[in-house]
Design a protein around this ligand. Structure first.
Ligand code: AHM
Ligand code: MG
Length: 334
């Protein structure tokens, strides 16, 4: 069968034995994410039609208003992963604390924890701009059959077993890695099946797109300001093109296909930037490296940062290898 006609279900089965720890558990986990993605996709697509948009009245741990669809996506992913008895713990950007599953059951042998940003960029929903789900999967470090602890979640990104995102865009896609490259699958909504549409995705080594919220320019570190000026300078293949959707998954996805750099640096008003290490930066960094790109906080590899808290934020620079290295050089010069 041509790879291009391969469904995500077939792909998961075919590649199951190549996983480092091949018990079928990780395959079932990715299958559950696929299922929840379809359900959330259905709801996101209806956003313009039904009265579901707007703050639900709750405020999340970061003090931001939750949109109703955030709540829906959060519940749907947690429900799907819990009901199917596949993971031992879940942490979500929308939950204050992690969730321990079947912590009372000694026979509970599940090994994986999932960290998830159920609907990233949700402020874009009411203007019909793409949003995404980001997920990150680790093996627990505490013994199976015991309740999970914070240590199971505060692992360095380099310990990830799998990571990916779902982009609810002009097409809905799942893009993920299990540490053997990055593959993208596009949903045929008529029959509810994801097909392998983007095998072995790679960041071009160089790019011409820079993505950053330039409205914050005045607050950026000098190194970032200088790099932005470099991008705008007329020399060689520059000036580069500026593209910023304000939806990490969409900006990342475009840059991976076309070549580019995404930056959410620290600033004088937010000392660690905005993005969360565990739910956003680590999974995107794993994907970037698996696609021959790079992810950094300006000085260090994102996946080598030791997390100290669930909702920790870090500066994030990610994309085509040469562009990220250039931005790092500007950061070092200050
Ligand atoms: P969220 O998790 O509250 O949705 O915030 C994350 C989003 C990213 O998708 C996006 O890149 C960034 O916030 C945009 O932030 P800003 O509006 O400050 O540029
Ligand atoms: Mg988010």
């Amino acid at each position: 069968m041509s790879k291009r006609n391969q469904t995500l279900g077939e792909f998961i089965i075919e590649h199951q034995s190549s996983f480092k720890y091949s018990s079928g558990e990780l395959s079932r986990l990715i299958n559950s994410i696929r299922l929840a993605a379809k359900v959330v996709n259905h709801e996101v697509n209806k956003a313009g039609l039904v009265d579901i948009i707007g703050a639900a009245g709750d405020t999340n741990i970061q003090g931001e208003d939750q949109q109703k669809l955030d709540v829906y996506a959060n519940n749907k992913f947690i429900q799907t992963l819990t009901n199917r008895n596949i993971v031992c713990g879940i942490a979500s950007e929308e939950e204050d604390d992690f969730i321990s599953i079947n912590s009372q059951d000694e026979n509970h042998q599940n090994k994986y924890v999932v960290l998830i940003d159920p609907l990233d960029g949700s402020s874009n929903i009411d203007v019909n701009v793409s949003v995404g789900t980001i997920f990150s999967i680790y093996r627990r470090v505490t013994p199976v059959g015991t309740p999970v602890t914070l240590d199971d979640f505060l692992q360095q990104g380099n310990k990830q077993v799998a990571a990916g995102y779902i982009i609810y865009g002009t097409s809905t896609m799942i893009v993920y890695t299990t540490g053997a490259g990055v593959n993208g699958f596009t949903l045929n909504p008529a029959i509810g099946t994801f097909y392998l549409s983007h095998p072995n995705m790679q960041f071009p080594k160089d790019g011409k797109i820079y993505s950053v919220n330039e409205g914050n320019y005045i607050h950026f570190p000098q190194g970032i300001k200088n790099y932005i000026k470099y991008c705008q300078m007329e020399e060689g293949d520059r000036p580069y093109t500026s593209r910023y959707i304000g939806s990490l998954v969409s900006d990342f996805h475009r840059n991976m296909i076309k070549g580019g750099i995404y930056m959410y640096p620290k600033s004088s008003v937010s000392s660690n930037g905005k993005l969360r290490l565990l739910y956003e930066c680590n999974p995107m960094a794993f994907l970037a490296e698996q696609a021959n790109g790079k992810a950094s906080d300006g000085f260090n590899r994102i996946m080598d940062i030791q997390p100290t808290e669930l909702h920790q934020r870090v500066p994030f620079i990610c994309g085509s290898l040469n562009m990220v290295e250039k931005a790092e050089a500007f950061m070092r010069k200050g």
